[in-house]
Design a protein around this ligand. Structure first.
Ligand code: KIV
Length: 267
């Protein structure tokens, strides 16, 4: 078994080595991820899209997230497991935020939680951190705010917006987050924020100057064919690999090739 990666290991990578993070939502994928060299597994609320077929992440519930987190931690990965707090699981007040963050550690066996937003959720971040639950921040194109943003738009463009993003990042750092996801922000803005922070930044559509990168695992494996955001690099085309295997299986079943004797039991 690999030595488990802690939040302190992640923090100490800043300025030394890049942090590699992917999403996972189930046992089998987590076992594959664990065979590779990945630092952080995010049980993302993107589960609502890639696992449940939703158009946005807004319909995801705490119970769904706890289910996926349990499936991931059952695989006992060496990577740090971060549970993503879904829409309306922390926005209401500190008490709600602590209780739901606690469920990720107590029921899901995650080691940390992630939530979206800056200054407007600082009280919640401070309260969760004070309960000894490590928190990862998330700024930029935060998908739970998709309707407020009016669509999938790059955030932090222009001087004012870039300044606001930096201020939010510094406020989250002061509130105690151990790392910060920057999603869909211009390269130079992510560079400036990364240089200004003591904690590591992890980019998705935020260029190469962040302290690490994250991608949704189905995106990087090429399991979707029809839609590819600009920031997604496909490292495989598993859609085709899986489809070819299924085509071969069905033609062998239909032609009687499978199962032959070697896949059958004798008396
Ligand atoms: O839910 C998710 O997968 C995420 C990452 C893309 C950062 O929040």
């Amino acid at each position: 078994m690999k030595k488990p990666i802690t939040v302190h290991d992640i923090m100490s990578k800043k300025g030394k080595e890049q942090i590699v993070m992917v999403t996972s939502y189930d046992f089998t994928m987590t076992r594959i991820i664990d065979a590779s060299d990945i630092d952080i597994i995010l049980v993302g609320d993107s589960a609502g899209v890639v696992m449940a077929g939703g158009e946005t992440t807004l319909g995801v519930t705490m119970d769904q997230m706890i289910y996926h987190t349990k499936c991931v931690t059952k695989a006992r990965p060496g990577a740090l497991v971060v549970g993503d707090m879904p829409f309306m699981s922390y926005q209401i007040n500190k008490e709600q935020a602590i209780a739901n963050a606690g469920r990720f550690l107590q029921e899901g066996q995650a080691q940390a939680v992630k939530l979206e937003g800056g200054k407007r959720v600082l009280d919640q971040v401070k309260a969760i951190v004070a309960a000894d639950i490590p928190v990862m921040g998330h700024l930029g194109l935060t998908p739970q705010s998709i309707h407020a943003f009016g669509g999938h738009k790059v955030q932090g463009r222009g001087e004012e917006a870039a300044k606001a993003l930096l201020e939010n990042a510094l406020a989250l750092q002061d509130a105690g987050v151990f790392s910060l996801v920057l999603e869909c922000v211009p390269v130079n803005v992510a560079k400036e924020i990364t240089a200004a922070l003591k904690i590591p930044t992890i980019g998705i559509g935020a260029g190469s100057h962040c302290d690490g990168q994250v991608l949704v695992v189905q995106d990087l494996l090429g399991m979707f064919k029809e839609f590819r955001p600009r920031f997604v690099k496909r490292y495989a085309t598993l859609f085709d690999v899986i489809k070819d295997a299924l085509d071969t299986y069905s033609s062998e079943v239909r032609s009687g090739i499978f199962p032959d004797e070697s896949f059958s039991f004798k008396e």
